[in-house]
Design a protein around this ligand. Structure first.
Ligand code: TPP
Length: 545
């Protein structure tokens, strides 16, 4: 007798086969067959309080584990809620698959429940976006989605799942499950000639720089960049912030960038983060090499820089970096003193910060906040630091710590609590510290409930200035102190929100109370909020002169 199998079971089997592990989800009519199919399998559902949070969690999971992150949401409004969060994953080059329930194929055009052109809606924020058309090909759809998300420049992929495609049962057959090879693609390799050309050009430059994009800004990506830097003698810098060359993590990097005579863009988009590599940010005579998985991004540099683009190759950034490391020994680099100069610039932090104290009673300066967090990170190299929010997120990014997740090039605030929940799942032992603004905390505060339900201790450190301060600072600068409005918040007790949801709360108004409060929050073993009243100051600007 032939066994019959539902589309939902084929889907779950394929996800299991992909080694996905966890699926971040929020229930809904269209996807209940999938919830049912998960029972008794190796997949774990993590059910959350907002669909965007499910995507943010899948994103953070992917960034920390290097595996594909999967979010599963219901059709129509559930899908619409999830789509916005894909932009953050896209700009962070994070491999995420968004699976959304969908009106049944047999109801389309007839006014089906929550019928929506979902694939069209997700298309601009994904590498590929489509709707499944048959039960028999669902396994192949999943393999394609995972393969696309994780290959080339990693990024999000969307697949809509019509209800009848999930519900229909067909005769089971081994061919319904794609082979392991269907989930992966061989990396695009740099090739001997491409590697030699890049290394030779770097060796002859006086002040070369290698710039990498977000895909190489994970802890392992940064370790690879460090190896690339020492193998070639050319400083290799990862860029993942919307503040680009002024990212406070990069210290006084803008000063050395302006003096570079050759820039190798290694999977780093030529874009606003580099101020389009125009003078005075980049020298008018600076030459470029581009190694990138996307021909369109190479084309962009050719158009922008003309003959100053001296070499280019289509290749995946990580694979290319490994190939450059392997071949670097054969090349004599001239750039050692320059390399030291770049390292000093990037690690620069104003000396005055060591002793800076708040001048406002009842408030802590963001520098003091970072000084209190630094020892926790030093004692726990496996900790995860999450930085989010406007100005306070920039201060937190000055902490020199590579196992971190920031909101990223999309410049979207609000993901930090979902990020922290996923970080705790990826790192069950060391502390997860998420620094965010008070405005930011409000986006996904209900995810503290998710953390409580799944017993995931994390520490949300809220820099509470009762303001959407980044925008307030723009008003101050551009329109003057008499025209600031529409950016005020209340000095709310977010710590009590955490306590009300079953977590731990700390309220801090003086620097002396900060470290003990952090320690108590970590020791509580609960999801915690340390609500710190801070001064309303602008993000740091790192100028050495
Ligand atoms: C999704 C999204 N909405 C709005 C903005 C614009 N924005 C950037 S920073 C910011 C203020 C953030 O306030 P808060 O989290 O309190 O941090 P602060 O700037 O006060 O340190 C806003 C509204 C954005 N970047 N992303």
């Amino acid at each position: 007798m032939t066994t019959r199998i539902r589309g939902a079971d084929i889907l779950v089997r394929a996800l299991d086969g992909a080694g996905v592990g966890k699926v971040f989800t929020l229930s809904g009519n269209h996807i209940m067959p999938v919830f049912d199919a998960v029972l008794g399998t190796g997949l774990q559902l993590v059910h959350v309080r907002h669909e965007a949070a499910a995507v943010h969690m899948a994103d953070a999971w992917a960034r920390l584990t290097g595996k594909c992150g999967v979010a599963l949401v219901t059709g129509g409004p559930g899908h619409a809620n999830a789509v916005g969060a894909l932009m953050t994953a896209q700009a962070a080059e994070s491999p995420v698959v968004l699976l959304s329930g969908h009106a049944a194929l047999r109801e389309l055009g007839r006014g089906g429940f929550q019928e929506l052109r979902q694939a069209d809606m997700a298309a601009p924020v994904t590498k590929a976006s489509w709707t499944a058309t048959s039960t028999a090909t669902l396994g192949a759809d999943i393999a394609r989605a995972v393969r696309l998300a994780t290959s080339g420049r990693p990024g999000p992929v969307h697949l809509s799942l019509p209800f009848d495609v999930l519900e229909d049962a067909i005769a089971d057959d081994p061919s319904l499950q794609p082979p392991p090879s269907a989930f992966i693609t061989e990396p695009q390799s740099l090739g001997e000639a491409g590697a030699e050309a890049a290394l030779a050009a770097l060796a002859h430059a006086q002040r070369p720089l290698i710039l990498a994009g977000p895909a190489l800004c994970s802890a392992s990506g940064r370790a690879l960049l460090a190896r690339l830097g020492s193998a070639t003698g050319v400083p290799a810098v990862g860029m993942e912030s919307p503040r680009g060359i002024n990212d406070p993590s990069l210290g006084a990097f803008a000063e050395v960038l302006a003096r570079a005579d050759l820039i190798l863009l290694l999977g780093k988009a030529h874009d606003f983060t580099l101020r389009f590599a125009d003078p005075p940010f980049v020298d008018a005579a600076c030459r470029f090499i581009v190694i990138d998985p996307d021909a369109a991004l190479i084309e962009r540099v050719a158009k922008e820089k003309g003959s100053r683009l001296i070499a280019s190759s289509i290749a995946d950034a990580a694979a290319a970096a490994e190939q450059l490391v392997a071949r670097a020994a054969s090349v004599r680099m001239l750039a050692t003193a320059w390399g030291t100069e770049v390292v000093h610039a990037v690690s620069y932090r104003p000396p005055a910060w060591r002793t800076l104290t708040s001048s406002q009673p009842g408030k802590v300066h963001p520098v003091e906040l970072c000084r209190a967090i630094a020892p926790v990170l030093e004692h726990h190299p496996d900790a995860v630091l999450v930085c989010d929010g406007g100005e306070i997120g920039q201060w937190a990014q000055t902490l020199p710590f590579s196992r971190r997740i920031i909101n990223g090039v999309a410049g979207s605030i609000g993901a930090s609590l979902p990020f922290a929940v996923a970080a705790r799942l990826a790192e069950p032992r060391a502390p997860v510290i998420a620094v965010m603004g008070d405005g930011t905390f409000g986006f996904h505060m209900a995810e503290l409930d998710t953390a409580v339900r799944y017993d995931l201790p994390l520490v949300a450190v809220v820099g509470n200035d009762a303001t959407w301060n980044a925008e307030h600072q723009i008003q101050l600068r551009e329109y003057g102190p008499n025209r600031t409005h529409g950016c005020e918040l209340l000095p709310s007790r977010y710590d009590l929100v955490a306590a009300a949801l079953g977590g731990h709360g700390e309220f801090v108004t003086s620097v002396g109370d900060l470290s003990p409060a952090l320690e108590r929050a970590i020791a509580s073993g609960k999801p915690a909020c340390v609500n710190v009243m801070i001064e309303r100051v602008a993000a740091p600007v790192m100028k050495r002169v």
